[in-house]
Design a protein around this ligand. Structure first.
Ligand code: ADP
Ligand code: MG
Length: 194
């Protein structure tokens, strides 16, 4: 009985979190995959991953296209602990903060953390830009179309229909890459510039 109660507590303390991962320097797809592998090794359990997308830079436009995806993870880490753990992974994969919004080997953002609302100097949850970014909403929609934003109460699919963002977001057919006949737009593992 005791063991069962303990298990139940463990399950209850696991939080469901959605993360956005992006890269536009080096081996973009490979770096994202390595970030996901490293999460699994550090108390951030990767439950589901969206398709990968090639996405047009939206803010600082003069830089290579990104590869983006969204991951659903489960973790016992509190929001700030999770941010620190993700920053450690970013650093280990060669992320160096130079130009704001500029090229990066890896960027991992916390989109949603259960229904938590966090507003501190270091952390804003839900992520401040999520409703304005097709490169976040399209992959998130694959995993959780009807999930609601805890502040605006809008679902992911509603946010996607309402966003003003027109940036291109093109699904990468990773099955083609594996089979060795990727169309030009999907050769992310091979060509690093567009
Ligand atoms: P970007 O805004 O392009 O993601 P950075 O990855 O350099 O830029 O992040 C800048 C800062 O944003 C981080 O140091 C972190 O403290 C802060 N931040 C605020 N909210 C979040 C969030 N939800 N997820 C990740 N970082 C966040
Ligand atoms: Mg970031």
């Amino acid at each position: 009985m005791k063991a069962e109660a303990g298990t139940e507590r463990e399950i209850k303390s696991m939080k469901r979190v959605y993360l956005s991962l992006g890269s536009n320097l080096g081996d973009r797809l490979g770096t994202i995959r390595r970030a996901l592998d490293q999460m699994s090794a550090t108390g951030i359990e990767v439950r589901r991953v969206s398709s990968f997308y090639r996405t047009e830079p939206v803010e600082f436009r003069e830089q290579p296209w990104f590869v983006n995806c969204v991951a659903e993870v489960a973790t016992e880490l509190l929001p700030m602990q999770l941010l620190k753990a993700l920053q450690k992974i970013e650093w280990g994969l060669g992320r160096r903060r130079t130009v704001g919004k500029g090229p990066r080997t890896i960027d991992i953002d916390i989109l949603l953390y259960e229904n938590a609302v966090v507003r501190s100097a270091a952390l804003t949850i839900p992520h401040a830009g999520m409703a304005e970014r097709r490169f976040v909403l399209i992959p998130l929609c694959e995993l959780a179309a009807h999930l609601r934003h805890p502040v605006t109460d809008r679902t992911v699919v509603e946010m996607l229909n309402e966003t003003q963002d027109r940036g291109q977001v093109i699904r990468i057919r990773t099955e083609d890459i594996a089979a060795g006949h990727a169309p030009a737009h999907a050769r992310v593992g091979i060509a690093n510039t567009d």
